[in-house]
Design a protein around this ligand. Structure first.
Ligand code: SF4
Ligand code: SF4
Length: 508
């Protein structure tokens, strides 16, 4: 299969896959408490459907989507709702946010599921609804509600290519790789469902060339399925080849334009973990209540790939991994490049959690003293989005945020390649994250002030219009009065008419 290259990237980044890639998926025990932050995805937070004291079953919907970009949340086991209150959430801010906590009863009683083994008997729109109701979001880390990506109704551009992202380019993480090795048939059935829904003419499952045995197992599953429009592609191991836009470019040679989405060029791209969740939701009727998570790093005694109930506190998983080692230095959600540090292990696993890295001092990218920029240009040469990190840094640092925005700051995928390449150890991504959030606040404030100004102008216009209308009414009234015959004239006319009448009667 012909492949293309994206700009930059890091071909020789230490992978650290060996620590976990050969560990089969094990089922983690149900913890005593499950904690569900109501905001687990991009868009609006979910709205609770339960109250404290309610009994719930595994798979029961406990919070519903609010608005278009949102997803419902389902209980991961049976038990009792013991609180709906703020709890620490997995977020770089370290904030707490409203969360539902369930005390599990150890019974793991489940709701009655409705399987749809003959999915072709349903219309594409009905399948989209089932996926939305199952609470499925992108499990590759972005957590975008999947139903929105798959809803082709009212779209003018036909989906031509379906890309299944099995390129797990971030170091340490191996959950998708294990899923492809162990549950390849389910993933291929999920691809069949997606092909039926989107009407795409081909599906390509991408896997990096550093896991040849995974490629073999997925090829066997594809051969077994005998659908000629599904294929697998081995792509070069270059970080961040698993980035959505980078993968599309590698497989099709097409670039998703700045500010556009893949569907605008006829492509839908879905992570393989999400494909597995879709297959389970349609064929088995199972909502998204669990996912595979890699627990790894020098800070845990026994790394694992675990199938975990979403909502499980990290501490319970560390116990499964035989606890922390003396080297444990930092808890990171995600990988070392794009992940973020967590405050403690009371924080729960959410839908987007693909890895918990318990990093030692050596594994943490140590923050070295930043030196002045020497304009070497290395950051630009590795940027996979062809940005100019040096200029972005300059504008972000000097608070010239609009200039940074004009240089496509929002296209930055925060991959960290520029950080790694910079000989001056400038924490460029930190600056970009700050600039993006400052710009978002600034743009939001600008939007609010525009709305307020438009309202003010509309009010002023309405007052002026009312005033003009009143003036016009009064002018017309005056004119009418002016044109009315004077009272005396009317009286005289009445008298004349009476006199005429009297004289006529006399003659008679
Ligand atoms: S973090 Fe942003 S600017 Fe830096 S290399 Fe990645 S995409 Fe480019
Ligand atoms: S790599 Fe670092 S030192 Fe070199 S141009 Fe970029 S920011 Fe400046």
């Amino acid at each position: 299969m012909k492949l293309w290259h994206f700009n930059g990237g890091l071909p020789s980044l230490a992978e650290h896959k060996n620590e976990s890639v050969n560990l089969p998926i094990e089922i983690a025990p149900v913890p005593t408490r499950l904690i569900y932050p109501l905001r687990q995805h991009i868009g609006n937070a979910a709205k609770p459907l339960v109250k404290v004291g309610d009994k719930v079953l595994c798979g029961q919907k406990i919070a519903d989507a609010q608005g278009m970009i949102s997803a419902p949340i389902h209980a991961g086991s049976s038990g009792t709702v013991i609180s709906i209150a703020d709890h620490l959430i997995p977020h770089p801010s370290g904030f707490s946010a409203p969360s539902i906590t369930i005390e599990t009863d150890g019974l793991d009683n489940e709701i009655e599921l409705t399987p749809h083994t003959s999915f072709r008997q349903l219309a594409a729109g009905e399948l989209v609804d089932l996926i939305r109701e199952a609470g499925i979001v992108g499990l590759g880390g972005a957590a975008f509600p999947t139903a929105i990506k798959l809803n082709t109704q009212g779209k003018t551009i036909q989906i031509d290519t379906l890309i299944l992202n099995g390129a797990e380019c971030e170091p340490y993480i191996s959950c998708d790789d294990r899923l492809l090795k162990e549950r390849a048939n389910r993933v291929v059935e999920g691809i069949e469902i997606l092909l039926y829904m989107t009407g795409a003419k081909r599906a390509i499952l991408a896997i990096e060339d550093n896991v040849p045995d995974t490629f073999t197992s997925i090829q066997a599953a594809i051969a077994n399925n005998q659908n000629p429009i599904i294929s697998a592609a081995q792509i070069p191991t270059i970080y961040p080849t698993g980035g959505e836009k980078q993968l599309i470019q590698t497989l099709t040679g097409k670039e998703v334009p700045s500010g556009k989405i893949p569907a605008d060029i006829g492509i839908v791209s879905i992570n393989v973990g999400t494909v597995h969740a879709i297959q389970q939701a349609i064929i088995k009727g199972k909502p998204l209540t669990s996912r595979v998570v890699t627990i790894t790093g020098e800070g845990v005694n026994k790394p694992h790939n675990l199938e975990v109930r979403i909502g499980t506190p990290i501490k319970a998983l560390i116990d499964v991994c035989h606890g922390y080692t003396k080297h444990a230095e930092r808890l990171i959600m995600g990988g070392p490049m794009m992940g973020f540090a967590l405050l403690n292990d009371e924080i729960p696993i959410v839908k987007a959690t693909n890895c918990i890295l318990v990093a030692s001092k050596q594994e943490v990218v140590t923050e070295k003293q930043a030196m002045p920029c020497i304009r070497c240009g290395l950051c630009a040469s590795v940027c996979p989005v062809s940005l100019l990190p040096q200029q972005l840094y300059w504008f972000s640092r000097s608070e010239q945020l609009e200039k940074a925005e004009r240089l496509n700051l929002f296209d930055c995928i925060e991959c960290g390649c520029c950080d790694v390449a910079c000989p001056s150890h400038i924490p460029l991504v930190q600056h970009f994250r700050y600039a993006k959030s400052a710009l978002k606040v600034q743009n939001h404030e600008k939007h609010l002030s525009n709305v307020a100004r438009e309202r003010f102008e509309a009010r002023e216009e309405r007052i002026a219009r009312d005033k003009a209308e009143r003036a016009e009414r009064s002018r017309k009234k005056k004119a009418a009065l002016k044109s009315k015959p004077a009272k005396e004239e009317i009286d005289a006319a009445v008298n004349r008419s009476k006199a005429k009448k009297n004289s006529t009667e006399g003659e008679d």
